[in-house]
Write a new protein. Structure first.
Length: 569
């Protein structure tokens, strides 16, 4: 291994530690125990998103320790640094959720700025909760230095009344309890049982969806994402990341070599095939934006139309992420799609091999139950993928619907019940004021209007908990949690804050959601909408200083991934 001053792997860190003028810098590093040998090796920044604010990231110190040990074994010098994390579940249902999407931007900014300022040669990043992996990949795309991501893994299922449960069940139980369909004792027992230890929320919600997609994109080692947080294999997977990042650095495989349009199309394919979180649309758009890949919402719809739905995972299906690991993990999904010719198999990965080569080389376990967790492509759950992009006079730039209905489609015409903000909607639902046939419209919750595009899991779970599984719809310029199910349309763009048509809806209007025709419309003439537009005025901003006011000004439309921009793109 080359440790000479001319080692090309050290092109960035050399600037910070070589020569007499860098004696102060080395002195600072020596204060932390670094040796002469360390200075002659590549510096690998290790972003550790460990925190006590959420079980999703609670165990990441341990995982990161293994990653660092692996880097040392492979001849690198790991330098660990933290970023922030917000717990989506704990932020859910109150004003705090406005911090969630902002946290994605802060994670991306933190990693970018630390790696930039310290001159790291490569990056390894360990993340868990929803916004972690998107933030990590956005930073990787901006920095374009060799990067390997590692997902921290899912929580194990809890057991309640003889069935596997996750935190989604607790959110829905709140609605059932409010409707008198669940006792306080049962709610308490479920609360205590649902989350049995560290790891991310257990279904195919946003964090697990992004864990699957980071492998699909080729930015993580195949087979590492589905391993549960507490499984012993997680530590050995973490150790292997150390060697991987050193190999990726040696081969100079850069994030933008991996994050190509083909890689994004593969990721969309997998999200559609599984019925992954609608947040994946937002995050893939944002990562593509940072990688300067020309991805559009139309790409999601086109690919979803051509993709059979094969994932039988909660919230739409029956199984949890830990079950997926048992039957083969992400490689099982990719293997099914590859065999059916539904992947761009020549997309490069961080190993230097293509995704097709990686999938073929991966030893899959022979487990019959695998056919129940991920259906064969030739016998899918539905012929179409589960992610649908809707357009119409209510969302001219687009809106996102995830099909969780067993029929595989949504056709809903109902009466608008309009709420400015999540709290007002939640109160109406809790007071049983929402009836069958209603379309709950929640607005001023978009990227700018919220700000921060809150997720509406408390609202959607309360609707479901009251027994309105498919007879009440919801339309919002906010987001949904990956745990949301039912006829729920989010990411409506343009949002109410910028005067989008959702701002013009009134109680009693008729709204149609039609997944077959990709339509979302309000039954009003263009003239009537224009007349309402003339009368519309923007409300006063809720925040006038601090981070929320700052990000309100920086967020782009949901149709462009709601990432922060300071230029018009
Ligand atoms: Fe972190 Fe659900 S709160 S994954």
């Amino acid at each position: 291994m080359n440790h000479t001053p001319n080692d090309p792997r050290r092109a960035r860190s050399r600037v910070t530690v070589e020569g007499p003028e860098r004696a102060p810098h080395r002195s600072m590093y020596r204060a932390m125990g670094l040796s002469d040998k360390d200075f002659q090796q590549p510096f690998v920044g290790v972003a550790n998103l460990a925190t006590e604010v959420t079980p999703c990231n609670f165990h990441l110190d341990q995982v990161t320790r293994e990653v660092k040990a692996g880097i040392r074994e492979a001849g690198g010098t790991p330098i660990e640094f933290p970023t922030i994390t917000v717990s989506d579940a704990i932020a859910m249902g109150h004003q705090g959720m406005k911090g969630s999407l902002i946290s994605r931007e802060i994670i991306a900014d933190s990693i970018e700025i630390v790696a930039f300022a310290e001159g790291f040669d490569a990056l390894a990043a360990v993340g868990g909760c929803d916004k972690n992996l998107p933030g990590i990949l956005m930073a990787a795309a901006r920095l374009n230095i060799p990067t390997v991501a590692l997902y921290g893994g899912t929580m194990m299922p809890g057991r309640f009344q003889g069935r596997d449960v996750s935190v989604e069940d607790v959110f829905e139980a709140v609605g059932a309890h409010a409707a008198g369909r669940m006792s306080a004792e049962d709610l308490d027992a479920l609360e205590r049982a649902a989350c049995p230890g560290p790891g991310t929320c257990g279904g195919l919600f946003t964090a697990n969806t992004m864990g699957i997609l980071v492998e699909t994109l080729g930015m993580a080692k195949l087979g590492t994402s589905a391993i549960p947080a507490v499984h012993p294999d997680r530590q050995s997977a973490a150790r292997s990341i150390g060697a991987q990042v050193m190999n990726t650095l040696a081969a100079q495989i850069l994030p933008r070599d991996v994050l190509t349009l083909n890689a994004f199309e593969n990721a969309i394919r997998v999200a559609a095939a599984l019925g992954g979180s609608t947040n994946s649309v937002l995050h893939l758009m944002a990562i593509a934006g940072e990688a300067e890949v020309p991805l559009t919402l139309e790409d999601f719809d086109r690919i979803s139309r051509e993709t059979p739905h094969i994932g039988n995972l909660k919230p739409g299906g029956e199984y949890l992420m830990a079950d997926l690991h048992r039957v083969g993990g992400v490689p099982l999904i990719l293997h099914r799609l590859l065999k059916a010719g539904l992947l761009h198999e020549d997309a490069l990965t961080i190993t230097g091999r293509t995704i097709g080569e990686e999938i073929r080389a991966y030893p899959l376990p022979e487990i019959q139950e695998g056919e129940r967790v991920v259906f064969p492509v030739e016998k899918p759950i539905h012929q179409d993928g589960a992610l649908v992009i809707l357009k119409g006079n209510l969302a001219s730039e687009g809106a996102v619907l995830k099909i969780t209905d067993p029929n595989g489609s949504v056709s809903f015409t109902g009466t608008a019940r309009v709420f400015d903000g999540e709290e007002a909607a939640f109160e109406a639902i809790s007071q049983d004021r929402i009836k069958s046939g209603d379309v709950v419209v929640i607005r001023y919750e978009g990227p700018q209007g919220g700000p921060g595009m809150r997720e509406m899991l408390s609202v959607t779970a309360a609707i479901i908990g009251q027994g309105h599984v498919s007879d009440v719809a919801m339309v919002t310029d906010g987001r949904f949690s990956g745990a949301t199910r039912g006829p729920m349309v989010g990411h409506v763009a343009p949002e109410a804050w910028v005067g989008g048509a959702i701002a013009l809806v009134e109680d009693g209007d008729t709204i149609t959601i039609d997944s077959q025709n990709r339509q979302i419309s309000i039954h009003l003439s263009d003239e009537a909408l224009q007349e309402r537009q003339r009368r519309w005025t923007r409300p006063e901003p809720r925040y006038t200083k601090g981070a929320l006011a700052k990000y309100q000004r920086l967020f782009a439309s949901a149709s462009r991934g709601a990432r922060t921009t300071i230029w018009d793109q």
